[in-house]
Design a protein around this ligand. Structure first.
Ligand code: NAD
Length: 309
């Protein structure tokens, strides 16, 4: 790749102002500029940093996704056209870890109920046996990559024992125990929280299904911060309605934005967040770090980091 012009696509505005990234990358030995959808015919950039996909990216040489998940990009097309795709995995451990710890604390300390009651100016104390503390509880974290390790570290620091589920049985720092994916039903039984941090792949689609919710304890909570379709949403709603699980905290959904008629919005023990578990004012700095490193590698003739295609 002979890189002279790196574009920053307007769609990154979902997570940060493009201008912040452009300014941070000012000292790179290439031109960095904003690319709007309407000027793609005139742009001469060979590479782009983006949130969304556009068909014309197949004519570029390098596409960098500001998300870790790349399920929105047509990998087969990129492969055929020789487009390099890099992603932003490796930066969301602390943000998502803290968000998940927040969900766990909300459920244990009943904060979501207090906020809901406050909206109605209602003074209602929880039942004597509703609130609990986190030490002594166990979370089963499905996926032990960047997100999984961030969750293990932050939840672990609050006294939660953390069990990890991965494809192969090697130990991972921060996890007290490792189960393999084929022992998922065993891994989710007897825990207080089941947390999915999985990417969406053919193997993970619908992995958290009715059988998983059946295997879980009735007082356990489901958390999903990976990708929506990894959880069978209809089966989760059924399990919540039948009290097979105690509640859920969901940042990602089968269809986003979550439809206003979804029953999930109105359930007392469900926390809905709008795919923002990884949001932070420092997001553009983390992206700049990844892009800067790959531009350096390109100049040095080294292999890209975070390369997916
Ligand atoms: P990562 O690549 O560091 O980790 C993913 C892990 O999942 C890897 O360890 C991989 O081996 C494992 N995995 C894949 N298939 C598996 C299977 N069948 N069984 C068990 N483990 C399996 O990526 P990450 O940065 O941790 O992000 C994970 C996913 O979370 C992303 O792909 C993205 O879709 C999503 N994500 C969501 C948010 C958010 O805002 N909610 C933020 C970042 C990432």
């Amino acid at each position: 790749i002979d890189l002279e012009h790196l574009g920053v696509h307007r769609s990154v505005s979902t997570v940060f102002p493009p201008e912040e990234l452009i300014e941070t990358l000012e000292d790179l030995p290439v031109t960095v500029s904003l690319v709007e959808d309407e000027d793609h015919n005139d742009t001469d950039c060979e590479a782009i940093v983006t949130f969304e996909h556009r068909e014309w990216f197949a004519d570029l040489e390098w596409v960098h996704s500001v998300q870790a998940g790349v399920d929105r990009f047509p990998m087969d097309v990129f492969e055929r056209e020789g487009v390099v795709l890099t992603n932003s995995t490796g930066i969301h451990d602390r943000t998502v870890g803290e968000t998940v710890a927040g969900y766990l604390l909300a459920f244990s300390r009943r904060l979501h109920r207090h906020v809901a009651n406050q909206q109605r100016r209602e003074w209602t104390q929880p039942d004597w046996d509703e609130a609990f503390t986190l030490p002594g509880t166990t979370a089963c974290v499905v996926g032990t990559g960047t997100l999984g390790q961030g969750v293990a570290e932050v939840a672990g620091s609050l006294g939660v024992s953390v069990r990890g589920v991965r494809r192969t049985p090697e130990d991972v720092p921060g996890f007290d125990d490792i189960y393999t994916t084929d022992a998922l039903l065993e891994a989710v039984s007897g825990v207080d929280f089941v947390v999915s941090t999985l990417p969406l792949t053919d193997e993970t689609r619908g992995l958290l299904d009715a059988a998983v919710f059946e295997a879980m304890d009735e007082d356990a909570y489901v958390v999903n911060v990976g990708r929506g379709p990894v959880v069978d949403e209809a089966a989760l709603i059924d399990a919540l309605e039948a009290n097979k699980v105690a509640g859920a905290a969901l940042d990602v959904f089968e269809t986003e934005p979550l439809s206003s008629d979804s029953p999930l919005w109105a359930m007392d023990e469900v926390i809905v967040t709008p795919h923002s578990a990884a949001f932070t004012v420092d997001y553009y700095r983390d992206i700049a770090g990844l892009v800067r490193e790959n531009v350096r590698r390109l100049e040095a003739g080294e292999a890209f980091t975070n390369r997916v295609v």
